[in-house]
Design a protein around this ligand. Sequence first.
Ligand code: FES
Length: 179
Amino acid sequence: MEHSKPSSAESPDESPPRRTFLVRVTAGIAALIGVMVGVPVVGYTILPALRRRELGWADAGPVSTLPIGIPQEREIVLTVADGWKKTTTKKTVWVVKDEAGTVTVYSPICPHLGCGYRWMEGERRFVCPCHNSVFLLDGTVVAGPAPRPLDTLPFKLERGRLFVQYKEFKAGAAKKIEL
Ligand code: FES
């Protein structure tokens, strides 16, 4: 009895490569679908959550009403984006205008351990009540454990108003390190 040879289409030698090819194509399509679905998911859910801080310019009021040589505490309202949620918080900053009209804005946080300090007009000094750090009008430390001068904040003047970029810095460090 004569056995016919299998045709080339049925050859067992060619089936594994074809199967491998189909597996690869299927895996490629699945990966492509994964990317197409994954990119928007990352864009809409994960990235906004990572963008927790949006540093905008907060309006700190008119410049013309700042007294010369006497620090003024100004209130600002910050809008912070935390993922999908937007919240507003109130902060204060200390603003100094000197005789030449030069403006300096200080963070309200003591660089020692983060307490709030105040301007004592009688002593012409900023004083922190927590551990008695004392600072001059230009922010220099003259007493107490504060390891660096008062932290200055970026600001800009627009149409007669002061706009401040609120930032926080590492407490207790000798250098100003932004958080
Ligand atoms: S926190 Fe201001 S002196 Fe310690």
